[in-house]
Design a protein around this ligand. Structure first.
Ligand SMILES: Cc1cc2nc3c(=O)[nH]c(=O)nc-3n(C[C@H](O)[C@H](O)[C@H](O)COP(=O)(O)O)c2cc1C
Length: 312
């Protein structure tokens, strides 16, 4: 059985990538997960400098999901290269570095630095974090902003460039198109949905940041719809995510049009989820006599619906 998938110049052994912010820098999990068996590891979002993030409380459980407003706490790119990348290399992880900036110049600088670092497989541009005041989502919510940041990074790196799109827009497909036009090798989606929760006894917001990002199974059907819309709009590969917790969820994203997927919140429930997901994919392939998993990408059958439209 062949589970491999291709994203630009990258071939991944399987489509399962750990989502940024839900798997640390990967090395924290290396005693419980063989990182080389994953399709990839998207590390926690990195700025040029270290950041403290928001004060607690910054995580709240919600029905079928969670809210977070971490505020992109991180060790900064230089410490990452010194302290984390060597072990990721030793463990043969395929490393997607999630980069964040408040200006285009910061994204460009990060891309330059990481392009010279050994062991980085791809750059995921976080233009979609809902939890910081400046940068990030400001680019991701503007079509010219998305185009500008992607093309600026494209010019300075030969690594695959993968902008991560926000779902907090009306027409996500137009953002995928802007990213593709600017030279992105793939797009990943979705980041979290802007949301909030209130403690009615105290009438205070449950997060110190007041608002945060919703993730987990609660968002999955919306994320699947967005992947489907983007698949119809662009030809570059799509990395889909949002609430994946079972092999069937992975397949749903792939059939909707995702070449690979990321798994985030589910790691907090079950850090050993990877084996279960891989076994489930193999079982599906055996039952459906599929030799190459990549063959199912975008194979959603909407013919009955289309025929109903035509005849009505
Ligand atoms: C605690 C937490 C931290 C996150 N940090 C980042 C981050 O640093 N960069 C990023 O692009 N996305 C970040 N995300 C978003 C996830 O990578 C993912 O896009 C989102 O959670 C949807 O997937 P899921 O439902 O499988 O978690 C974070 C999500 C959570 C829950």
């Amino acid at each position: 059985m062949d589970l491999s998938v291709t994203i630009g110049s990258l071939t991944l052994p399987n489509p399962l990538i750990a989502a940024s912010g839900c798997f640390g820098y990967g090395v924290e999990y290396s005693d419980v997960v063989d990182l080389s068996t994953l399709g990839g590891v998207a590390v926690k979002g990195l700025f040029l400098a270290e950041r403290e993030g928001h004060p607690p409380p910054r995580i709240v459980e919600t029905p079928a999901g969670m809210l977070n407003a971490i505020g992109l706490q991180g060790i900064g790119v230089h410490r990452f290269i010194r302290e984390k990348l060597p072990e990721l290399r030793d463990r043969r992880a395929i490393v997607f570095v999630n980069i964040c900036g408040t200006t285009i110049d910061e994204y460009v600088e990060l891309a330059r630095i990481l392009s010279d670092a050994e062991g980085v497989a791809a750059l995921e541009l976080n233009i979609s974090c809902p939890n910081i005041k400046e940068g990030g989502i400001t680019f991701g919510c503007s079509l010219p902003g998305t185009h500008a940041v992607v093309s600026a990074v494209r010019k300075v790196t030969s690594l695959p460039v993968i902008p991560k799109l926000t779902p907090n827009v009306t027409d996500v497909a137009s953002f995928a198109r802007a990213a593709a036009d600017a030279g992105a090798d793939a797009v990943s989606l979705v980041n979290t949905f802007l949301a909030m929760a209130i403690d009615v006894e105290t009438r205070r917001p449950k997060l110190s940041n007041i608002v945060g990002g919703l993730s987990g199974p609660a968002i999955r059907p919306i994320a699947v719809r967005m992947v489907y819309e983007c698949r119809r709009a662009v030809t570059i590969p799509i990395i889909g995510m949002g609430g994946i917790a079972t092999a069937s969820d992975v397949l749903e994203f792939m059939i909707a049009g995702a070449t690979a997927v990321q798994v985030g919140t589910a790691n907090f429930v079950d850090p050993f989820i990877w084996r279960t997901l891989l076994d489930g994919l193999r079982d599906y392939m055996a039952r459906h006599e599929i030799a190459e998993l990549s063959g199912i990408v975008g194979t959603i059958d909407t013919s009955k619906r289309e025929q109903a439209w035509i005849s009505s």
